[in-house]
Design a protein around this ligand. Structure first.
Ligand SMILES: CC(C)(COP(=O)(O)OP(=O)(O)OC[C@H]1O[C@@H](n2cnc3c(N)ncnc32)[C@H](O)[C@@H]1OP(=O)(O)O)[C@@H](O)C(=O)NCCC(=O)NCCS
Length: 150
């Protein structure tokens, strides 16, 4: 499948919000995505396909030697084609390039697809954040410590 991962632009936001709304029980708002366009801590990127169609996206913050993966998502019709892996690899490389030595993320215990993806890349479960999500679900906290040579 042909795609490239590039910085998100203003024109991508509408498609991102559509994918977000069908992907998460408590989706980010358009305003929160717009804010990320100019957030200096954020690497906010999309996987663009034919005619620049948005296939997926991620948002990772990097500061003080730490990365925090805040969002990663693939459009439902393009899942299970390796895009999630490509986005995660790109996010980890961006974080490491910006000086992160470790990356944190939260994930719902019910989200098997994402948990499998993260564990495949060496993320380890640190614990539970009780009632972390707006709808009351707990979050699992995961950490990846990156090796120097990656
Ligand atoms: C999680 C998500 C990003 C994975 O994207 P994807 O493009 O389907 O992932 P890939 O095709 O690269 O698959 C990578 C690995 O993830 C795991 N995985 C992906 N979908 C899965 C599923 N439905 N069930 C179990 N494992 C799954 C597998 O380990 C897979 O490796 P494999 O194909 O070798 O078995 C996608 O399911 C998604 O966007 N979900 C909704 C948004 C979301 O929950 N984001 C994470 C928030 S914490």
């Amino acid at each position: 499948m042909k795609f490239d991962i590039r910085p998100t632009s203003e024109e991508d936001i509408r498609a991102i919000v559509e994918i977000e709304n069908v992907s998460f029980p408590a989706p980010w708002t358009e305003a929160s995505f717009r804010h990320e366009l100019t957030n200096p801590k954020a690497f906010f990127r999309v996987a663009g396909g034919e005619n620049d169609e948005v296939l997926g996206y991620y948002d990772i913050w990097v500061y003080a030697g730490e990365g925090h993966l805040l969002n990663i998502c693939v459009a439902p019709e393009h899942r299970r084609k390796g895009l999630g892996k490509a986005l995660l690899e790109n996010a980890l490389a961006a974080a490491q390039g910006a000086g992160a030595r470790e990356v944190y993320l939260e994930v719902r215990p019910s989200n098997n697809a994402a948990i499998n993806l993260y564990e495949k890349y060496g993320f380890v479960r640190l614990g539970v954040r009780k009632r972390y999500y707006r709808d009351g679900e707990d979050a699992l906290l995961y950490l990846l410590v990156m090796s120097e040579e990656e």
